[in-house]
Design a protein around this ligand. Structure first.
Ligand code: AGP
Length: 602
């Protein structure tokens, strides 16, 4: 998700902008830029990669005196991470930064190109600045020209625009994407969230959708569809870390709640009405590929296991999955018609990276599914599909797992359509379910409160089994890993059908079984597996859309029309279950003992 900062006043602007962008790093980005107008002169700097690169580029520049300025960190949705695609985008005499998606940008771009406008970037954002300058030709009042511009925009945007035509004014508008205005005695600040202005501004106003306006020295005017409106400032918090948590107790909790929103970003530009599209993959990418081998670690291994079911079911392509640390030393059989897929949140996991190098040495084509652009695994792969989950700070992975699974699901449908092994009717069914996924990921207050209450019963016992069938078996593994990681209680994920082959010997009232019982995937089978456990006095927490009388605790899920919707909804339940138990045990949810966010050593 992109980050925006703005500043108007007498202080040195570059440092204010760069420090502000640094505070937004946790949102994830692949390029950054700033623009300043001071003494009627425009200054603009952009850099791809880390913010350090932008600091390096601007180290000899220092602004002086009164001026206006804007900055941006970009998380690529339209167009690759390049300097040309980095914000701020330039017109003839104006600059703009933007967070969100302009849904009608193609129409606007064609209109502007017909007027002779040349576009430098592949982004939707660039249409804003050219449209403003087109309007300014016939509407000399810069604010009225800006107002006409945003009235043409459809979709989500938080945008700041500065122009030589009004070198003392910052124009702003908010629709769908977050933005706030900060106030100190003389100066005015803008930001996507409050951390960039903590310690600088004293008061803040959080813009509402449909609000826009302009800021000058000592004057901010706010408008909405009803005309000019007043607004009330509020005191700004002074605690940066709590601000980055956006009011949640832990980054992990915040990231669980973010899953619904980031999932929409993961799908942008990829899920179309009748088909899936990956701009990262050439049309011939899968030519000559007859099977897929996925290699990963930990949670990423679990999304890989889920993908194997989907690739074979939807794309009719053989798929096997390897734990990277095992794969590296097993002297694997590697065939050139196998696509080697690595999955990694960090893109720096040593075992996965080394496995990738082995596959490359053997001449296999490689694809990575990763959350960090320009990471080692991304750079080493022939192609990479970013999950766009934003930076994941909780060591226990949540939104990265969810978005990995979504990308792999999309890829399975994409491959099924490419290989013509998936009918357009079935593809449409999958796509409709994908489009409902953000809703299935919404965390209901009642659900969270219920899991908080029932978690008190699961703080002891001699262990947990998480059981499921088909794609719910990898989900059971993932639920067990989440619980282990942050509660330090022992938990195992198991195929439900396997319990009678030994593990059921452990069944007694002190053995907790979390049973994933989806209606749309082998319900009767899993039900009888759970009944076997209950008959032996195991304590059952059933998660299902179907009421289950034998459950000691029961979480009723709402989505029961597609296995993947049930998968994602139950995933949220297991994540919150682990979180609430960990909180009751007083553990450090975000930084569990013995663990690192990225295991860059063997
Ligand atoms: C997940 O909750 C864990 N933190 C861990 O298993 C992690 O998934 C694993 O280390 C792989 O990391 P990666 O996805 O960055 O490669």
């Amino acid at each position: 998700m992109c980050g925006i900062v703005g500043y108007l006043g007498l202080n040195e602007k570059k440092e204010i902008l760069l420090d502000g962008l640094q505070e937004l790093e946790y949102r994830g980005y692949d390029s950054a830029g700033i623009a300043v107008i001071e003494g009627k002169k425009l200054h603009n700097f952009k850099a791809i990669g880390k913010l350090e690169n932008l600091r390096e580029k601007t180290k000899t520049y220092h602004s002086e005196g009164f001026g206006i300025s804007i900055g941006h960190t970009r998380w690529a949705t339209h167009g690759k991470p390049t300097e040309l695609n980095a914000h701020p985008h330039l017109g003839a005499y104006s600059y703009v930064v933007h967070n969100g998606i302009i849904e009608n940008y193609q129409e606007l771009k064609h209109e502007l190109q017909a007027d002779g406008v040349t576009f430098l970037s592949q982004t939707d954002t660039e249409t804003i600045v050219h449209l403003f300058e087109k309007n300014h030709k016939t509407t000399p009042d810069a604010f009225l020209a800006f107002e006409k511009t945003i009235q043409r925009l459809e979709g989500a945007y938080a945008t700041l625009l500065i122009t030589e035509a009004a070198p003392d004014t910052i124009f702003f508008a908010k629709q769908g994407s977050p933005m706030l205005i900060g106030f100190s005695k003389e100066d005015v600040y803008f930001a996507s969230s409050d951390t960039p202005i903590i310690g600088k501004a004293d008061e803040v106003y959080y813009l509402e959708d449909g609000e826009y306006g302009y800021a000058k020295a000592g004057e901010v005017k706010l408008f909405n569809a009803g005309g000019e409106k007043s607004f009330t400032k509020q005191a700004l918090t002074s605690d940066k870390i709590s601000a980055q948590k956006d009011g949640y107790r832990f980054f992990m909790e915040k990231e669980i709640y973010e899953q619904s929103r980031v999932m929409s970003e993961t799908m942008i530009g990829r899920v179309r009405d009748e088909s899936i599209y990956f701009e990262e993959l050439g049309e011939d990418f899968f030519d000559g590929i007859t099977s897929i081998k996925i290699c990963a670690c930990g949670t990423s291994y679990h999304s890989a296991l889920c993908a194997a079911y989907l690739f074979e079911r939807l794309a009719k392509v053989r798929c096997d999955v390897e734990i990277a640390s095992e794969f590296r030393y097993k002297e694997p059989l590697l065939l050139k018609d196998t696509l080697f897929v690595t999955i990694s949140q960090s893109g720096e996991t040593a075992d996965t990276l080394e496995a990738l190098k082995m596959a490359k040495r053997a001449g296999l084509k490689s694809l990575s599914i990763c959350n960090v652009d320009n990471s080692s695994i991304v750079r080493q792969s022939d192609a990479a599909i970013l999950t766009r989950a934003g930076i994941e700070k909780g060591v226990a992975s949540t939104k990265a797992f969810a978005t990995q699974t979504m990308v792999l699901w999309m890829l399975a449908v994409y491959l099924g359509q490419t290989r013509k092994t998936l009918s357009s009717v079935l593809a449409k069914t999958e796509i409709d379910a994908m489009l409902h996924t953000p809703k299935a990921l919404i965390v209901g207050d009642e659900l969270h409160a219920k899991l908080h209450r029932l978690s008190k019963r699961y703080l002891h016992g001699h262990g947990f089994f998480f059981i499921g069938r088909d794609i719910f078996y990898p989900l059971a593994l993932e639920g067990a890993l989440k619980l282990k990681e942050i509660s330090y209680l022992h938990a195992e994920g198991y195929p439900a059908g396997e319990m009678k082959h030994g593990p059921i010997a452990l069944a007694d009232s002190e053995l907790f079984t979390v049973a994933l019982m989806p209606r749309t995937m082998h319900y009767d089978k899993i039900k009888s597996n759970v009944e076997e456990l209950s008959a032996r006095d195991a304590t059952i927490l059933a998660i299902s859309p179907e009421p289950f009388a034998l459950a000691d605790d029961f979480i009723q899920t709402q989505y029961a029309t597609h296995p993947m919707l049930e998968f994602f909804e139950m995933m949220v339940v297991t994540q919150l279950f682990a979180l609430e138990i960990s909180v009751r045990l007083g553990n450090d949810v975000d930084m569990p003992r013995n663990l690192a966010k990225s295991v860059t050593v063997e």
